[in-house]
Design a protein around this ligand. Structure first.
Ligand code: F6P
Length: 365
């Protein structure tokens, strides 16, 4: 009898998702009697009536490793334990549809689920595992903020995009004698910002892990601007905030969207700099979702492919309740529980942070 694996992608998209899907499908093809199927838009495809399930055969997955986004589509509004559901009177209530979900998987004859997603998706996977579902996690996020894996795919692509953008801003900063602020993604962790600052050669890098002192930022900028080269470039992570200040965010009115929406801290920093006495002309750029789009760089394609192969091998070994991971240059696995206990922030004692300081990048502290 054919055995089935259902694959889904959840949370924000990320370059490399398609390479994971293709890796799973290709590895499965080497074993007899396995069929790979996919649920559209994370768990939504399963929970819809009629269900939206597609076959992930050769035809569907050929060549997709080069494509950005996800052929399965994704959502960060479809938690099956808290599922937005329309009531008879037209109002929307969130209800627990996890039992329903498991019933539908049984109906389809699914033997295992592979959930490709960030921390939120891995937490849902752990809860489903506790309910008895045979599930494997594959970590993804451009933010690189998942612990238990040294890197997530998508991160290096985001850093490349941010660095290319930074380089462009340097040349215009130099021509106009300006201070350029570039805002990158990074909700809780400043990995994209710090890597970009080092790769691009920023004067200042502000990250969520280190609340900044605006006066220190101004003095660094003034020194560089008026006594140095006459222009300066700042990278700031969207989740950075001043000492005793708050993050720049707005509540989303999208149904089922639980995150606060970040974005716009570059403009706030610009305002604070002027208020604190920065005399230079300042311009702001918010990179936003550009960092998540387009084709993955080679490293991310490779990592994602290896994750896909490993995920299917965990299915064969019945290593359920685990998440594939990349640790010390090895593709391995950890329990979903371990993977979701903490997040990967930049440690104050890390070499990368010290090295950033050593090459003169001010971190606002
Ligand atoms: O979690 C990854 C991330 O890229 C965050 O850095 C960012 O705040 C968020 O996604 C934005 O997601 P959305 O697609 O919901 O706007």
């Amino acid at each position: 009898m054919t055995k089935k694996v259902l694959v889904l992608t959840g949370g924000g998209d990320c370059p490399g998702l398609n390479a994971v899907i293709r890796g799973i499908a290709k590895r499965a093809k080497q074993e007899k009697g396995w069929q790979i199927i996919g649920s559209i838009e994370a768990y939504n495809g399963l929970l819809r009536d009629p269900m939206e399930i597609i076959k992930l055969n050769n035809k569907a997955t050929a060549g997709i490793h080069v494509k950005g986004g996800t052929i399965l589509k994704t959502t960060n509004k479809g938690n099956p334990f808290d599922f937005p559901t329309k009531q008879g009177d037209g109002s929307i209530k969130t209800i627990d549809r996890s039992d329903d979900l498991i019933e539908k998987l049984n109906e389809l004859g699914v033997n295992a689920v592979i959930s490709i997603g960030g921390d939120g998706s891995q937490r849902i996977a752990q809860k489903l595992f506790e309910k008895g579902l045979s599930i494997i996690g594959v970590p993804k996020t451009i933010d690189n903020d998942l612990s238990a894996t040294d890197f997530t795919f998508g991160f290096k692509t985001a850093v490349q995009i941010a660095t290319d953008s930074f380089d462009k801003l340097v040349s215009t900063a130099e021509s106009h004698h300006r201070v350029m602020i570039m805002e990158v993604m990074g909700r809780d962790a400043g990995w994209i910002a710090l890597h970009t600052a080092i790769a691009g050669g920023a004067e200042v890098c502000l990250i969520p892990e280190i609340p900044y002192d605006i006066n220190k930022v101004v003095s660094k900028i003034n020194k560089r601007y008026f006594k140095g080269r006459g222009f300066a470039n700042i990278v700031i992570a969207e989740g950075a905030k001043p000492k005793d200040g708050t993050i720049v965010s707005q509540k989303s009115d999208e149904l089922g969207y639980k995150n606060v929406r970040l974005g716009g801290v570059a403009f706030e920093l610009s305002r604070q700099l002027k208020e604190a006495g920065c005399k230079a002309d300042i311009r702001e750029t918010v990179l936003g979702h550009i960092q998540r789009g387009g084709t993955p760089v080679a490293f991310d394609r490779i990592l994602a492919t290896l994750f896909g192969v490993k995920a299917f091998e965990l299915v064969l070994e019945r290593g359920f309740g685990k998440m594939v991971s990349y640790l010390n240059n090895e593709i391995t696995s950890v329990t979903l529980k371990e993977a979701t206990e903490s997040y990967n922030a930049i440690s104050k004692d890390s070499f990368i942070l010290k090295a950033a300081r050593n090459i003169g990048i001010a971190l606002g502290d």
